[in-house]
Design a protein around this ligand. Sequence first.
Ligand code: DGY
Length: 310
Amino acid sequence: MARIVCTFALPAEAADLLRPLGEVAGPDGWRGELADAEALVCVLTDRVDAELLAVAPNLRIVANAVAGYEHVDREACRARGVVVTNTPDVLTDATADVAFALILGTLRGVSSAERSLRGGGFGGWRFDGYLGADLAGRTLGIYGMGRIGQAVARRAAPFGMRVIYHSRSRLDPSAEAETGARWVAWDELLSSSDVLSLHAPLTPDTRHVLDRNALRRMRRGAFLINTARGPLVDEAALVDALRDGHLAGAGLDVYERDPVVHPGLLELPNVMLLPHIGSATTETRHRMAMLAARNVEAVLSGQPPLTPVS
Ligand code: DGY
């Protein structure tokens, strides 16, 4: 019987799917279970590198129960013939919802208004109290127009926002029409977006794509939203741009040194901070676990994986 090692507590239905295939070990002491493991089910906080592969000589699949896979050394897996899979699609809506919650929350100052009320600062309605910014009439810029970027674009139209995007590849005309989004060059995305929302994966090309220089080229008074990966943004430069008022606010679900949050961000009132909850709904996490389990089932039964990482 195969040994399947899981680094986190699998939902019951996913564990039930795996049990007929082999003995499911973990999450406690999962590293010690790798010696005869044929499958590893893991998440983004588990580093899968050559060192880990060396102690798992029988491994056939690394089934990520998340969409991102920058924590997996794919070259080392390829060299060892280990299949790598992820869970695209099933978390698109949940993550787009959180991006939109951050857009709404940041433009309307929801977090700081609530903090004020809880701190006894609400002294009654005032004409000039708690003023935020309208979404309607503003331009939403999307960087990375994959599934999640497109889902965010679809949510923006009913709020009266114009949508522009920049992506490695351009959508076909019917998808552009359906999402209501117009492709623009990177420079135009920076200079024309009132709200810039990031939806690109973390790769060597996208690390610090919003460095100090790019942040300065953003429109004065714009808002930055990041539900993708923290290292897309130079966080120290972001703090400076927020402090000196070049940017009006930021809504973040991910951090450059996740889970450590830059202390400057914690001090700023015009920033809404979430603890990486993009895909955190019960239904979505269930779908993510089931898809990871189905990938393991496919590979251990000699079938092609459902969602291999290319
Ligand atoms: C992912 O799947 O990569 C997400 O960041 C988890 O929420």
